[in-house]
Design a protein around this ligand. Structure first.
Ligand SMILES: C[S@@+](CC[C@H](N)C(=O)[O-])C[C@H]1O[C@@H](n2cnc3c(N)ncnc32)[C@H](O)[C@@H]1O
Length: 306
């Protein structure tokens, strides 16, 4: 076991001895924290899961306003084809839907989610090697290594998280050759938050993470027993998540006939609809983090039910 419990929370000496004993007989640490909760040594509180990535268009600040749009019936399949940093997925895990199918076009993003799900302890070991590398020189060395694609999956996921936390505003942008090209972010502190990574890992064990285009995922999985949440790249704004530009019009045509869908987008998305009075939508104010010179500026976002 490469990580030590004392890195994750503070325990008294007696509990530490107890943990050490179980570690020597090979009890897996994550399952062991469950045992500690059962024995009231750790609190049984509902843990607040936080996104482990910064993501352009992340929804953390409007989750409470979105809450009422998600089905309360848990007998459904939840589908989220523009996963990104997953703030909405993490918030919806406590609804305990029958199935969770989430996806994104970004290959290494989905690889990283799968490593967090299946290999979080090895991932943390790898991230520990990157903890003291938040400086310009190391950043560009690591960015070059990441683009050389000779890394294994655990290293790729660790580099993905490192670059996300240390690059300029957490932007994921690639050039025509699919090389990540975002400059160094110059942040004072970078925190990989291992405790949160472990909690996320534990809670996504029944989630399927798929790397594909949204149309394929919806065509394959959406049925009358499912609910889809769509958070595409913002209409007419930041579209550089992938080397292929996002086609707003194709998206509009594709979703028009669909049912049981919640869409979020920039306010201007409304322009595409002709009979607006028949639409069910709400306009909410959110922080503008997209390509803005002033990241604290407010802007309007739309939530629409189809
Ligand atoms: C606005 S972000 C989603 C943010 C997410 N809701 C969050 O809270 O972090 C849009 C996402 O769509 C993905 N994307 C872009 N084009 C796509 C496509 N054609 N199919 C699937 N995903 C796509 C991007 O990689 C990006 O992660």
């Amino acid at each position: 076991m490469a990580i030590d419990s004392k890195d994750l929370f503070t325990v008294d000496k007696e509990t530490q001895n107890f943990i050490n004993f179980y570690k020597t007989i090979g009890v897996e640490f994550i399952k062991f924290t469950d045992l500690l909760r059962e024995m009231n040594i750790l609190p049984k509180t509902n843990i607040q899961l936080k996104p482990f990535l910064k993501w352009v268009g992340g929804k953390s600040d409007i989750l409470n306003k979105m809450e009422k749009y998600f089905p309360s019936d848990n007998n459904i399949t939840y589908i989220e084809p523009f996963l990104g940093g997953g703030s909405v997925l993490l918030n919806n895990l406590e609804k305990h839907y029958s199935n969770y199918i989430v996806s994104d076009i970004n290959k290494n993003l989905i690889l990283t989610w799968n490593v967090v799900k299946n290999n979080v302890i090895k991932l943390i070991d790898e991230l520990k090697k990157l903890e003291d590398k938040n400086n310009k020189e190391d950043y560009y060395l690591i960015r070059t290594k990441y683009n050389e694609t000779t890394l294994n999956d655990i290293e790729t996921a660790a580099y993905f998280i490192y670059l996300n936390k240390t690059c300029f505003r957490g932007i994921y942008r690639v050039n025509k050759n699919n090389e990540f090209n975002v400059p160094y972010g110059n942040y004072k502190n970078v925190d990989f938050n291992y405790n949160n990574l472990i909690n996320v890992s534990k809670n996504i064990q029944n989630v399927s993470f798929i790397n594909d285009d949204y149309k394929n995922v919806i065509n394959k999985y959406h049925s009358e027993n499912s609910f889809v949440y769509l958070d595409p790249p913002y209409f007419k704004t930041f579209q550089d998540y992938d080397k292929n530009k996002f086609d707003d019009d194709e998206f509009f045509q594709f979703i028009k006939p669909l049912k049981n869908i919640l869409v979020s987008n920039s306010f201007s998305f409304l322009e595409l609809f002709e009979d607006k009075e028949k639409l069910k939508y709400e306009i909410i104010e959110t922080k503008n983090k997209i390509n803005s010179k002033n990241p604290t500026e407010k802007r309007n976002e739309i939530l629409m039910i189809l």
